[in-house]
Design a protein around this ligand. Structure first.
Ligand code: GLN
Length: 452
C-alpha cells in the first residue's frame, strides 16, 4: 500500500464515520494528499516507523495556514502564520496531519459540549459524551478514523476522554513536551500528549514529540529515553501504590471492581500492590479551579477583537470593540472561568483564594513525593464514572468539575499519567489510571504494556 492510498482510505473512512461522531472541525485533505505523495516519492526509511501515518491534531495546537480555532467563535477565522513545536516534530517524523479535532472551547470542559462548532459523540454510544476537553481526539481514534491523535491535558483532558472511549491516552510530565504553539489555558498545568489504540503506538508517538525546546521557557532539558525500549520487560518486582482516596464513595462500584481486578493482575505478573494515602487529593478540584481559572483569565486577555479572530460589528468606540468582541466571542463556560479567575486574583481576595490554592498545590505535590519515595507507580481509576449522557451535566458546572477529581492532582503535581482500558460497565469502557514519578513515563509504559 502506498502512503497516498493510505491517506485516501483514511479520508474515505473519516467521511463515513464522521456523520455519526463529529470529531473534526477542519479537514486537511488537499495538503495531506500532497504530503503523502511527497513521502511516496522519497520513500519511507526503516527507522522512521511513523512515516506516512495519519494523525489528528487537537484544535488548540497551532498549525501554519490551517484553521486553528480552539473551538471558539473568537478564533473562528484564525489561520496561524507559524507551527507549534509539536507540529515541527510531526513533520520531522513524516506523519500526516489529516485535520483539526473538536474540543471544549479553549479546553475548558469535560464533555466537548462547550465547543462553538459541534458536539462530538462517544465512539461506543452516540448518546454519550466523548469526554473532554480532547473529546474529538479520543473519539476519532476510538472510532477507527485515525491511529493516533494529539490532545492536551490541563486537568485530565487527555486521560478522561481516553477512558470514556476505551483507548490509551498519555499526559507526559510537565516540561516533557514543548507548549510552544499550544493555545494557553492554564500554563503551569497544560501538557500535550498522544492518544492511541495501543500502548506501543503511544510510546512511539511520545518519542516523536518530546524534548527540550528553547521556545518554551518551562521545557525540560532532561534527556528523552526511547519509551519503547524495554517495553516488554514486565513488572516483576515493581512496587505499585493504590491510594485509598481513589477508591472512595464517589467512584462507581463497577469501576472500583475493575481497578481492584487490575491490581490483582499486576500482582499475578509479579508486582507488589499496596494501599497508600494521598490525604490532600480531596482538595485538588477546588485548588485546580482557582489556579487554572486564574491563569486562564490572564492568558485570555489577548483576545481583544483587534489583533486577530472575531471582531464585533456592533461597536462605536474602542471600548465597545473590546467588550462586545469578547462578550459575543466567548462562550458561557469560558466567561465563567474568566470571572472566577479574575476574582481569585483580585486585590483583597488573592490571599484567601489564589494563594491558598497554591499552598494546597504544594501539599498535593508533597503527598505524591512521599509515595514515590517508596513506590514506582500509582494505580487508580481515571474517572469516577463511565461516559455520561449528552446534555446530562452541561447545566451543572460543579458536577461536571467534580468528574475530574482523580486526574487533577496529577496536573497540580506536574506528574505523568496515563489512562488505559481495563473493562466495561454497562457496555461503556472503564479507564485505568497509571501515575508515574516525574520524567518516569517509561515505568508507566512498561506496566501498561504488560497489562494490555
Ligand atoms: N475538565 C477540566 C476543566 O474543565 C480539565 C480540562 C483540561 O484538562 N483541559 O478545566
Amino acid at each position: 500500500i502506498t502512503v497516498v492510498e493510505l491517506i485516501e482510505e483514511t479520508f474515505d473512512r473519516i467521511k463515513e464515520v464522521e456523520t455519526d461522531i463529529d470529531s473534526f472541525i477542519t479537514l486537511n485533505e488537499k495538503k495531506a494528499l500532497e504530503m503523502a505523495k511527497a513521502i511516496d516519492e522519497k520513500g519511507v526509511s526503516e527507522e522512521n516507523i511513523l512515516a506516512g501515518l495519519p494523525i489528528g491534531i487537537k484544535d488548540n495546537i497551532v498549525t501554519k495556514d490551517l484553521l486553528t480555532t480552539a473551538a471558539s467563535k473568537i478564533l473562528y477565522n484564525f489561520e496561524p502564520i507559524y507551527d507549534a513545536t509539536v507540529m515541527d516534530k510531526v513533520y520531522q517524523s513524516d506523519m500526516i496531519p489529516v485535520g483539526k479535532l473538536n474540543m471544549d472551547e479553549f479546553a475548558m470542559g469535560g464533555s466537548t459540549e462547550n465547543s462553538y462548532f459541534k458536539k462530538t459523540k462517544n465512539a461506543w454510544d452516540q448518546t454519550k459524551v466523548p469526554g473532554g476537553s480532547s473529546g474529538g481526539s479520543a473519539a476519532a481514534v476510538a472510532s477507527g478514523q485515525i491511529p493516533l491523535s494529539l490532545g492536551t491535558d490541563t486537568g485530565g483532558s487527555i486521560r478522561q476522554p481516553a477512558a470514556f472511549n476505551g483507548i490509551v491516552g498519555m499526559k507526559p510530565t510537565y516540561g516533557r513536551v514543548s507548549r510552544f504553539g499550544l493555545i494557553a489555558f492554564g500554563s503551569s498545568l497544560d501538557q500535550i500528549g498522544p492518544l492511541t489504540r495501543t500502548v506501543r503506538d503511544n510510546a512511539l508517538a511520545l518519542n516523536a514529540i518530546s524534548g527540550f525546546d528553547e521556545k518554551d521557557g518551562t521545557s525540560s532539558g532532561k534527556s528523552v529515553p526511547d519509551f519503547t525500549a524495554g517495553l516488554d520487560s514486565g513488572v516483576k518486582g515493581m512496587k505499585i501504590a493504590l491510594p485509598k482516596e481513589y477508591l472512595d464513595e464517589g467512584v462507581d462500584s463497577d469501576i472500583k471492581e475493575a481497578v481492584l481486578k487490575a491490581a490483582d493482575t499486576f500482582r499475578k505478573l509479579g508486582a507488589t500492590v499496596e494501599e497508600v494515602s494521598l490525604p490532600h487529593s480531596k482538595y485538588g478540584v477546588a485548588a485546580y479551579y482557582i489556579i487554572a481559572s486564574s491563569e486562564a483569565s490572564s492568558n485570555l486577555q489577548r483576545y481583544d477583537g483587534i489583533r486577530y479572530g472575531y471582531r464585533s460589528e456592533n461597536a462605536a468606540t474602542l471600548e465597545d470593540v473590546y467588550v462586545n468582541s469578547r462578550s459575543e466571542g466567548f462562550g458561557d463556560e469560558v466567561k465563567r472561568r474568566i470571572m472566577l479567575g479574575t476574582f481569585s486574583l483580585s486585590a483583597g481576595y488573592y490571599d484567601a483564594f489564589f494563594k491558598k490554592a497554591a499552598q494546597v498545590r504544594t501539599l498535593i505535590r508533597e503527598d505524591f513525593k512521599k509515595v514515590f519515595a517508596d513506590y514506582d507507580l500509582i494505580l487508580g481509576p481515571t474517572t469516577p464514572t463511565v461516559a455520561f449522557g449528552l446534555g446530562e451535566k452541561i447545566d451543572d458546572p460543579v458536577t461536571m468539575y467534580s468528574n475530574d477529581v482523580l486526574t487533577i492532582p496529577v496536573n497540580l503535581a506536574g506528574l505523568p499519567g496515563m489512562s488505559l482500558p481495563c473493562g466495561f460497565s454497562n457496555d461503556l469502557p472503564i479507564g485505568l489510571q497509571l501515575i508515574g514519578n516525574h520524567f518516569d513515563e517509561k515505568t508507566i509504559y512498561k506496566a501498561a504494556y504488560s497489562f494490555e
